[in-house]
Design a protein around this ligand. Sequence first.
Ligand code: SAH
Length: 492
Amino acid sequence: MVYLVGAGPGDKDYITVKGLRLIEKCDVIIYDRLANMELLTYTKASCEKIYVGKQNGYHTMNQEAINKILVEQGKENKLTVRLKGGDPFVFGRGGEEILALEDQGIPYEVVSGVTSAISVPASAGIPLTHRKLSQSIHIITGHTATSKNQLTQDYEHLAKVEGTLVFLMGLSNIEKITEQLIKYGKNPCTPAAVVSKGTTNAQISVRASLEKIGQIVREKNLQAPAIIIVGEVAALNFTCTRLEEKRKLRVGVTGTQSFVNRCTAMLQENNITSLDMGFMVVKETGQETWQQVFETLPLSTWLAFTSANGVRLFFAECERRRFDRRELAHVKLAVIGSGTREALENNGIYPDYCPNVYTAEELAKGLCGQLSSEDRVLMPRAVKGSKMVNEIFAGEQKVLYDIPTYDVVYDREKWERKREEMRGLDCLVFGSTSGVEGFFQMAGEKEIQQLSNMRIIAIGPVTREALQKRGVEHVEIGEQCCIESLVKLIVR
Ligand code: SAH
């Protein structure tokens, strides 16, 4: 079965619930440049990812070749997602792909998406219809398809249309489009707007009269993808200025994906523009270590977690093994801080101990203070976990089963996709010492230099120290080692 899934305009969160469920389940995903690549991180590990992108003017793959791949995958009887920017049926050539599938008798379904034609103007505060101003919307391709480089539309007719004109793929022809509209009678003073990279952190919008907009867009060097809006509504700006001020603050977040997801979500709730700079992937160390964990569990009296990832992986493994939670009844539970506590509580288990200061050192010290000589602590955690914990346990002569269940590795491909966006950040958040290590492993001189022009925020003192060791001195930390404190610090 092949699903043509609309990915939405740019911001990955515009994916529909139906689309996301398919992405999570599919065996093959076929995508191009217009869909937000971060959506690929929701696929399962075994999912095959096939890139069929084209860039403006430079076709890496033509439509026939894409159709051929779709048909091949469809025939394999795999659950295949063809991810398309915006909505598959709005200038998305979805129809052509479907004809190719039909031709071969391959079953398919279209999962509509949020089209950029409507959502991108909205993200710039432009409503395409508004009482008394505009009663219709006309979505037009601004692409030239004729050999003589002529616009293909009937501009004599378009110039007379009263409603809002929305041009897709029109940026490179903006001068021609506006000239033609004016030539056939549209008032040169008609409001117009261009929105580039709508709904993403790089969104820029420009408003001007029909007569002037082309020139201004060139002066400001607006880049594709962009949408041109012509009509009275283009002069409106329904964006709350108070929120706009906060949104101008651009904050990048590094760390493991679960940290980045939680942190960016909370920043967004606070109307701060946030950028996912999570280059770290959590990799389980394998069945052998899980075997060790579950063999050690009956001997232990405490189970301690030092990260939300540790908790998440432990319970995922419980599921795989059909491990009955009642077998945890004999152990007490300790967590390092509020995020880890939340992860545990999501599993219906409430910790017996959490230090007041959320660091591995405090957890080790505090926990040792509670232990008798009979107690034995099982700690499934990261390979690169703090060695200070082992030292404290040894010093206190307490038993610690320190079992590394996961390692954190770096995703270079994602780094390459994101490094451009680092420019213009106001603030960069580091969620862990491994995040710091990862950053410095991948960053070039240019990116390291950029750090001096931004606020640098670390989750806690250990991470701050790791940064300072790397020569980054101006590091701020929140009151507590938790995301809430970080966000409070940024807002302040
Ligand atoms: N099927 C897509 C449109 C594909 S045509 C949809 O429904 O959105 C590609 C054009 O869409 C681009 O040339 C541009 O005009 C527009 N577009 C797509 N994403 C955009 C974005 N984030 N910001 C501005 N324009 C965008």
